[in-house]
Write a protein that binds this ligand. Structure first.
Ligand code: SME
Length: 157
């Protein structure tokens, strides 16, 4: 079972030590991927061209290095500005398959206020693998990542 509180604390310690978003995004994926339900765990970031680009992941290689907003489950989450918990990916018309073994997918946005920075994307080989509690846990982690991304955006402007 996912210990989101521990992961969030570790991410905050990294922030306090001066680590930047790149390190935090990699740490979050590493920490999440220990859950045995999470066959593929990754982070996509929203780029300038209204496209998501794959920042880092653990799992099988994927051809979906870039995903336009609106395309697939990942792109739709951004277009609709909401998290998506897809219980059975075979019933999705707008779905980009990574591997034929994947049955369900959870996408949680990394956002601060109106700013969407990207998303955490998790795939499972079980149908309906993800619960509301998983979504809440991931929101906590995504919010901590968004805090750092928002701070870096402020500094850059
Ligand atoms: N299934 C996603 C694509 C990303 S892969 O799962 C890694 C989608 O439909 O957008």
């Amino acid at each position: 079972m996912l210990d989101a509180g521990k992961i969030i604390t570790e991410l905050q310690v990294m922030r306090d030590d001066g680590h930047l978003s790149d390190a935090l995004l990699r740490k979050a994926v590493r920490s999440l991927s220990v859950d045995e339900r999470f066959e593929w765990t990754g982070v996509y970031l929203l780029g300038a061209e209204n496209e998501l680009w794959l920042h880092n992941y653990i799992g099988e290689p994927t051809e979906h290095a870039k995903i336009p907003v609106g395309t697939g489950v990942c792109g739709r989450a951004v277009a609709e500005r909401r998290n998506l918990n897809i219980k059975d990916v075979s019933k999705e018309e707008n779905y980009l398959a990574c591997s034929p073994d994947i049955q369900s997918e959870l996408v949680v946005l990394i956002r601060a206020g109106d700013d969407i920075f990207g998303q955490i994307d998790i795939d499972s080989e079980q149908k309906a693998a993800f619960t509301d509690d998983d979504e809440i846990a991931l929101i906590g982690i995504a919010d901590k990542l968004a805090e750092q991304l928002a701070a870096e955006k402020r500094e850059a402007s």
